[in-house]
Design a protein around this ligand. Sequence first.
Ligand code: SAM
Length: 281
Amino acid sequence: MNVGASSHRLTTRWGNPMNPRWPPICSSEESRGNICFRVLLFKCFALGVAGLLLAQKDNDTYSKQREEMVRTQISTLRWSGSQAVRDSRVLDSMSKTPRHRFVPAELVAYAYEDRPLPIGYGQTISQPYIVAKMTELLEPKGEHRVLEIGTGSGYQAAVLSPLVAQVYSIEIIEPLGTAARRRLETLGYKNIEVRVGDGYFGWPEKGPFDSIIVTAAANHIPPPLVEQLKPGGRMVIPVGNPFQTQVLMLVTKGSKGPHDLQVWNLMPVAFVPLVGEPKAK
Ligand code: SAM
């Protein structure tokens, strides 16, 4: 009888959804705490959803900007003397690589404009067209191992990443190299290795390379880089002095030894200087 009476009370007070006090709210310190916790949980959930929606909107905005960048700056002829980039794999990589993640926060709004941007320490991330053109000139293949001199922000290495097997990149300014390595890891690039050092001497332990890209202007073609290029390999390098017009050169290596080279002058460019190398004799 007692049991029946207490179970009846339970049903009418807490067990019955028709009861206006069901579920029990704020009847004690404990339940108030419970409610607060649930409200907090709901707020976190709502914030998370809002964050995801904003991120999605951001992604859509940036991917539209990238498509526009590829269409207007890269895949079409820009000025007489420049050539449009045609390699569809390169264009695809340019349209997927988030350049806005490689520039300083205050310059994100300019990330997809047709120009280089400062990245600190007096250095720059190159203009999108130049990145795409130099990448195309390397004729990247899925099995290639590529050496980059001048990691900078890591953007050029990121553009190369989906096109080749492995990218090795050397940066002489320690904070830039460390930041680029961290950025590339955060963004999930698995086949890029960044080292801090003087790229003039290449990375002999990892060579020989199918191609080498130098993203700072040297006053001559560094012999150690020629040595580390495979027969049949390609090197793209701006050559010239700072504050003068430099020339973007394509160097191809034949199979008859280190002097079996062909060099093409391709177009005028303006790069920051390759520093740290010995003076030309
Ligand atoms: N590829 C970079 C990117 O995607 O952001 C841009 C490169 S920036 C135009 C040139 C870079 O070359 C600078 O970060 C500079 O510090 C680096 N550099 C200059 N001389 C170097 C050297 N001897 N060895 C390695 N890096 C060098």
